[in-house]
Design a protein. Structure first.
Length: 92
């Protein structure tokens, strides 16, 4: 099932690339689409849907990577050791 889902994700990214290309072509030819608002660019990622999807997919795959998880755990362990107070000196 993982291979099938991965294939579907790739198809979605390809479709998003086609939509982005079509939108950018229309934007170049139509003067009314020349200005994009902040909402369009930041929240709707107009013209950059494919790159946004690729970044999200990369982050999700990285989070599931065993090696990444091991490195993350060693980082957390080092941070826990750093946050511990230094041992008290024993005075008899």
């Amino acid at each position: 099932e993982l291979a099938r889902v991965t294939g579907l994700i790739d198809k979605i990214v390809e479709a998003a690339e086609a939509i982005d290309e079509e939108y950018m072509e229309q934007k170049r030819t139509n003067k009314n689409l020349g200005h994009l608002s902040h909402v369009d660019m930041e929240h709707w990622t107009v013209g950059e849907v494919a790159s946004t999807l690729k970044n999200k997919i990369r982050e999700m795959r990285r989070g599931h990577d065993k090696q990444f998880q091991d490195r993350l755990e060693s980082f957390y362990e080092a941070q826990r050791k750093k946050d511990l107070p230094p041992p008290k000196k024993f005075k008899p």
